[in-house]
Structure formats: C-alpha cells, structure tokens
Ligand binder design. Structure first.
Ligand code: URA
Length: 210
C-alpha cells in the first residue's frame, strides 16, 4: 500500500457508518454495525496481501489455484474499544494471532502510559494490523505503534472507523510507514479531543457504559 491514508467510500460502509453515528442507535446495534463495517474495512486493508498458487483437484480437473502466500498476520487491539473490531477481522482471517495493548492517560503529564502489552511470538515476521475505532488526537495510537515497533514489528497497518485530520497528521509525522485505513476522515477534533461530527465515545457506545 502506498498512500498513507485510505478512506473506504463504499456505499455499504457509508450507510452503516451513518447508522453508527446516529445517537438513537442501540448498544447492540452499534456493536453489530462495528463488526460488519470492520469486515468491509478488513477487505480493503488486506487487498494487497501476497498470493502464491497451490495445486488442487476440482471435481472436474487438476488446477493451479491462488492461495495466500503465508505471510503471517497479527491483529493487535488497542484496549478497550479495539476489541469491538477484533472478531470481524478474525472471522475473515481465523488463523491470525492476536495481541493487546493497554494504555491509560496520565492526568498530570497527559501522556499515554502502558498498563498491558502482550503480542504474539515472531511479531517481527508478521503483518501487524492494529485496530482502534477512533484515531482522534493520535496519542494512544502513536504510543501503541511505538510499543509494537519496540517489540520488533516492522510491517504495521492501522485500521480505524473514524479519523480526525489532526490524528492523521500526527500519525504521519510519527509513523510515516504505517498505512491508515478508515471509513471516514471527519472534520476536526473538539477541545476535549472528541472527533467532530464523530459518533461520541466508541467504547461507551459499544459496551453500554457511562
Ligand atoms: N475516542 C472516542 O471514543 N471518541 C472520540 O470522538 C475520540 C476518541
């Protein structure tokens, strides 16, 4: 993938995103829609995965048929909202290994602090897809990718539902090698770090908290 940012403007994605933004959408509906959109976004973020061929026999004859070349995949959920995107990708790529990065914001320094980090073995050999629905300030996403690189990852992509212009710019500056795939580049961040027009707090909406 060459462009730093890919906005998936497929009609199904845009339709489902409208339903997710709507504040009247239920917790169950929001979770279901996130699962469905994630699968459509995963289709896009994996579209250049390398193929090889294998020999199979159809009921008619033998053929050489395409198959994934075996670059191993690691999905990494940025806690907690990233968990809402995991199952959608895992249904498409069941053999993917899964990691988790947990960060909280230090209220004095406002910097992200790690409280959990666990990634699959051989992360340096895998295509890593980090998932988090909201690329807002970029602070936690950038910190999560810093940690993945410290652990040895070299081939990282970032899958989100919404991105802010500020978050995209900061990610590009910190990690120009990381491709971002999203359903929408929204207008701006507000002064509390929320994406506008956005959809509110993705974690609260998917887990029914607050
Ligand atoms: N995280 C969210 O869940 N929503 C935002 O708008 C920004 C960050």
């Amino acid at each position: 993938m060459s462009e730093h940012l890919t906005v998936v403007d497929h009609p199904l994605v845009q339709h489902k995103l409208t339903l997710m933004r709507d504040k009247g959408t239920s917790t169950a509906g929001f979770r279901r829609l996130l699962h469905e959109i994630t699968q459509l976004l995963a289709y896009e973020i994996t579209r250049d995965m390398p193929l090889t061929t294998t020999t199979i026999e159809t009921p008619m004859e033998e053929m050489e048929s395409p198959i994934l070349a075996g670059k191993k995949l690691a999905l990494v959920s940025i806690l907690r909202a990233g968990n809402g995107m995991l199952d959608g990708v895992l249904e498409l790529i069941p053999s993917a290994r899964v990691g988790f990065v947990g960060l909280y914001r230090d209220e004095e320094t406002l910097q992200p602090v790690q409280y959990y980090f666990k990634v699959p073995k051989g992360i340096d050999d895998r295509l890593v897809i980090a998932v988090d629905p909201m690329l807002a300030t970029g602070n936690s996403s950038i910190a999560a990718i810093d940690l993945l690189k410290e652990a040895g990852a070299t081939d990282i992509r970032f899958l989100c539902l919404l991105a802010s212009p500020e978050g995209v710019a900061r990610m590009k500056e910190a990690h120009p090698d990381v491709q971002i795939v999203t359903a929408s580049l929204d207008r701006e961040l507000n002064d509390k770090g929320y994406i506008m027009p956005g959809l509110g707090d993705a974690g609260d909406r998917m887990f029914g908290t607050k």
